[in-house]
Design a protein around this ligand. Sequence first.
Ligand SMILES: NC(=O)c1ccc[n+]([C@@H]2O[C@H](COP(=O)([O-])OP(=O)(O)OC[C@H]3O[C@@H](n4cnc5c(N)ncnc54)[C@H](OP(=O)(O)O)[C@@H]3O)[C@@H](O)[C@H]2O)c1
Length: 245
Amino acid sequence: MSTIQGKVIAITGASSGIGEATASFLAEKGARLVLGARRGDRLSTVVDGITAKGGTATGVVVDVTRREDLRRLTDTAIERYGRLDVLVSNAGTMAVSPFDELRQDDWDSMVSTHITGLLNGIGAALPVFRRQGSGHFVNVSSTAAYVVKSPQAVYAATKAAVNVISEGLRQESGPDLSVTVISPGFTHTEGVGKGATPEVSAALTQMRDEIAMPPSAIASAIGYAIEQPAGVDVNEIVVRPTAQA
Ligand SMILES: NC(=O)c1ccc[n+]([C@@H]2O[C@H](COP(=O)([O-])OP(=O)(O)OC[C@H]3O[C@@H](n4cnc5c(N)ncnc54)[C@H](OP(=O)(O)O)[C@@H]3O)[C@@H](O)[C@H]2O)c1
């Protein structure tokens, strides 16, 4: 039996893409899930799909940029299932554009979703993990954190920040907690090109359709990190499609 069986796992950005695929994967392994995102209708569809197959999941409408929403997510895990074993911070936006477009709202949105959102998750889950004497942060970054490709600088910077925050958190976590960074390459999700400038969006979606891997590839990497025995921390997994340069 997988060690994922019975674990209480909260996932942000679970209404589509990698978060949705991870929820399905972990539900099949017997995890009890608390799923967060802003689109309540999409979240309900994911929760209903899991419960229809005999899995256990609850949806909570959250905006990760709001501190109190992350608190509500972790509170729901404790109220429903009595504990929280893993927080997967996956919510993200890839609204990339050239600097000259001055899409400053999109810059702000990437900063607040990836950096403030991650910190809000840490702020909500860390006290719970400390009380329990166990817990696992799984933070979804990107290969963009390592290779900056124009016009993705702001996105890449926020994902580099995810790596830096995760490494600092890991060093301070001590022997009882785990911290994992998952860095996906091109993954076939609706988020690729969404909110980007039209030319950039067209180029990204074309590349996605040519080379991207399915989100299940990232879901199983997250599952691998979660199913390690106590005392073993998978610090980072980078997963790219073979065709990605
Ligand atoms: N696809 C790729 O090629 C790729 C590569 C590397 C890294 N990633 C990363 O993987 C993660 C998931 O992306 P994806 O590819 O699966 O795209 P996606 O299908 O668009 O998923 C993004 C998820 O984040 C949620 N979200 C966005 N902003 C949010 C907010 N403020 N509060 C709560 N939830 C929010 C969205 O739900 P709502 O809109 O319902 O809130 C959605 O569920 C992101 O962090 C992304 O940067 C993706």
